[in-house]
Design a protein around this ligand. Structure first.
Ligand code: SF4
Length: 96
């Protein structure tokens, strides 16, 4: 077992004051995986409402998709390993 997580990128988490909208596609994905209820409320395990509120204003410039994406989307990404000191440890595998 490897002690060190295998990862390619440390991606800085950035914050925006703007209200970020969830793209319809992301909402669908969240609903499918049971992370969002029918009213559009997020239900992430181990994430408090306060944290959630903050998470919604965070984004990362994803090195794989090469665009800014919401932290919530990053959080459920198969490449997401953990969040450490304001950075996402990202596996960096190609996403389909
Ligand atoms: S975990 Fe996924 S969404 Fe987040 S930075 Fe890595 S590839 Fe992009």
């Amino acid at each position: 077992m490897a002690d060190e997580l295998e990862r390619k990128f440390d991606v800085k988490i950035q914050t925006t004051e703007e209200k970020v909208k969830f793209p319809a596609e992301l909402k669908e994905r969240l609903k499918e995986s049971g992370l969002m209820d029918d009213k559009g409320k997020l239900k992430l395990k181990g994430v408090s409402p306060k944290m959630l509120k903050r998470m919604k204003q965070e984004f990362v410039n994803c090195p794989v998709l090469k665009e800014d994406i919401q932290f919530v989307q990053c959080f459920i990404c198969p490449n997401f390993q953990s969040r450490v000191m304001g950075e996402v440890l990202c596996k960096g595998d190609p996403l389909k």
